[in-house]
Design a protein. Structure first.
Lengths: 498, 157
């Protein structure tokens, strides 16, 4: 209880509250502008949070991402353009509603159920994380090795597009992660005599490059103009929400639970959660024929789901140091920079930080109601923000942010290289998210792999002798076998008709 | 630049071979069976296998050897792409000498103008944005942004 009190003290501090408020506005803005994503918001925030104590730094990220995922719904309904990929699943549905004159109902539902879904995700985080941490305290290198393997395997399995491409991306991430001093013998690898590379490829500039610069290069300037708002003024938002809630509470609960679970799976985040929940809503609906014609049911379920996923993603990130999505991948980088290595020991040594994250999560979701309302009311102006001025400023911000992490042009070079590389990867159908996951998990995987190999003296069967490690190992091998079988079957099928 | 799957596969197989070859330069540690070379070798094997799959897959596809994103075929889009990359390179080259403020102002103003803002608006936003960002990072967060000639002239050193 002392820790909880300390957590409240940490959060309800004027500076922290101001940071939360500013991040909320920033998140709403970034989320509402099509082409700027929640991950990008996080990557842009990190250089600023770099100079803050841990609690406001985490508060900024939690708040901005929660707001951004909701705000992505606004242009979805008004312009038929998702503000972030997490709103893409129900953009057509929302737009169809707006065209029917139900814009207010749609945005009201998006706001209220984003808040409620977000809170359910946080509830699961608050309950599950400490329980898992208690179990994880006895984990040895074997368990962590399998957990990292399982995390990476899930990420490639769930990823969109070809699985080989996702696997390749993940392996490239692991390979990039080996650059620098190796964690076992202390030998510099792949540094080619470069001193900057000794400490590894700087992580935050990599993120800014892969998520912000590549995005700017891809669509920073595309899609300009031509878009017209359905209606300029938005009327009463909360009319009819109660009725929707009474009618579709099952879908809301299902969406929130599924969203949390998908968020917690490594590699899948809010966008995949929304797609899955939309599909589930349709399958379980009594009137599936109405889907796509401007029907609120699917919106309720998927808008709850994508906000629930945000909290869910923090569960493995805090407990095991395994990111649940690309946002928490960046968060883990931030935690390491702050000297708070994620893992069960944080729950013992610094429980007040964990509780502070919980408190901020609840606070951010509650704040979303008034601030989201304001954002919707101001949407007409927000969506007309001049892109031709915005994009250059974001670019400048990326440059300065990358520079600020390393205090040298090295950060900017890393950003540029990964911006171009990320763009090139997407061009060739190779997803970027697994690369980031590989980079984040690389060191953990190698450390635990090497420690286990040395302990086991090369006998791979020892990896299965501890009960939890054994189960995790068998599950991981099962996932690999399943992926291999699917891969072979897919390629056979592709040959057969020819 | 879109590459044919087989080319992509070959590229990654070459990369894997290079990683594998390079691990032979790592020193062995006496008394230890596994050294810093083990993990990169496992990864390179994985990349090689993925490359093989891509090579095989490309064999059967009727894909072009080289392609370009259709959006980039439009001169204006290609120009925007190059302008943004060019802006970053310009910063790397010029910031130390010119100083942060003029470099940043030039970048924002030139890009805004290219994207279609009116000249005076672009100039104004360039000056304002660089001043605000300079204030936030240099004064608030104490990031040593390059001073260059500009600050020498303005602040006298």
């Amino acid at each position: 209880m002392v820790a909880l009190q300390a957590a409240f003290g940490l959060v309800f501090d004027p500076f922290v509250l101001m940071v939360i408020l500013l991040s909320a506005v920033f998140g709403l803005f970034v989320g509402a502008i099509p082409g700027l994503t929640a991950t990008m918001a996080t990557a842009l925030l990190v250089p600023v949070t770099f100079f803050m104590p841990p609690v406001p730094a985490l508060g900024a990220i939690v708040t901005a991402t929660s707001m951004a995922i909701f705000a992505g719904d606004i242009p979805g309904a008004m312009l038929r353009m998702p503000g972030t990929p997490a709103s893409a699943a129900y953009v057509d549905e929302s737009y169809a509603m707006a065209k029917k004159g139900q814009l207010e109902l749609n945005l009201g539902v998006n706001l209220v159920f984003s808040v409620l879904g977000g809170l359910i995700g946080v509830l699961f985080l608050i309950v599950a994380a400490p329980l898992l941490a208690e179990a994880a305290i006895n984990f040895s290198s074997f368990e962590y090795f399998w957990l990292a393997c399982l995390g990476l395997s899930c990420a490639t399995m769930i990823s969109t597009g070809h699985r080989v491409m996702a696997l390749l991306s993940m392996l490239l991430g692991l390979a990039i992660g080996t650059i620098g001093i190796d964690p076992v013998a202390g030998h510099p690898r792949f540094t080619f005599g470069n001193i900057d590379l000794m400490s590894g490829v700087s992580f935050i500039p990599t993120m800014i490059g892969a998520f912000a610069i590549s995005e700017l290069l891809r669509n920073g300037v595309a899609g300009e103009g031509g878009a017209s708002l359905v209606q300029d003024k938005v009327g009463a938002l909360f009319k009819g929400i109660g009725g929707v809630g009474r009618r579709y509470w099952r879908g809301f609960l299902r969406g929130s639970v599924v969203g949390t679970a998908i968020g917690a799976l490594p590699g899948a985040g809010a966008d995949i959660a929304a797609w899955v929940s939309y599909a589930m809503a349709k399958r379980f609906s009594r009137e599936p024929e109405k889907f796509g014609t401007g029907h609120i049911e699917g919106v309720v379920e998927s808008t709850s789901s994508n906000n629930a996923a945000i909290g869910g993603a923090w569960i493995p990130a805090l407990v095991f140091g395994i990111p649940g999505d690309s946002i928490t991948a960046i968060v883990i980088g931030v935690l390491y920079m702050k000297g708070m290595n994620p893992g069960p020991s944080v729950f013992l040594q610094n429980p007040q930080f964990i509780y502070a994250v919980f408190v901020i999560f609840v606070l951010a979701n509650l704040l979303m109601l008034p601030l989201g309302w304001l954002a919707i009311k101001a949407a007409g102006k927000l969506l007309r923000a001049p892109r031709q001025l915005l994009m250059p400023i974001i670019l400048l911000f990326c440059i300065v942010g990358s520079f600020a992490i390393t205090n040298s042009p090295y950060g900017i070079i890393v950003m540029l290289v990964f911006g171009l590389f990320g763009w090139w990867m997407e061009e060739n159908g190779i997803p970027v998210a697994p690369l980031v996951l590989g980079m984040v998990l690389g060191e953990m995987l190698e450390q635990n792999f090497m420690a286990s190999m040395i302990k086991a003296d090369g006998n791979f069967l020892t990896f299965f002798t501890r009960p939890i490690a054994g189960v995790l190992g068998v599950v991981t091998l099962g996932v690999w076998a399943w992926m291999a079988v699917r891969g072979v079957r897919d390629s056979m099928r592709r040959v057969a008709p020819a | 630049m879109r590459l044919h799957a087989s080319l992509l596969g070959l590229l990654f197989m070459a990369l894997a071979a290079a990683i594998y070859g390079y691990t032979h330069t790592f020193p062995a540690f006496p008394g230890q069976r596994y050294g810093p070379e083990l993990f990169p070798r496992v990864i390179s094997a994985g990349i090689f296998a993925c490359g093989l799959v891509l090579l095989a897959r490309g064999w059967r596809s009727g894909q072009a050897w080289l392609g370009l994103d259709p959006a980039l075929r439009e001169p204006r889009q290609l120009g925007s792409f190059l302008a943004m990359v060019g802006a970053i390179v310009f910063y790397l080259v010029a910031a130390e000498r010119l100083g942060f403020l003029p470099t940043a102002a030039i970048i924002v103003a030139a890009l805004s103008f290219w994207f279609g803002a009116r000249a005076w608006v672009a100039l104004l936003v360039g000056v304002l944005a660089s001043a605000v960002i300079h204030w936030a990072f240099s004064s608030l967060m104490r990031v040593p942004l390059p001073r260059g000639w500009f600050m020498q002239i303005v602040a006298g050193g």
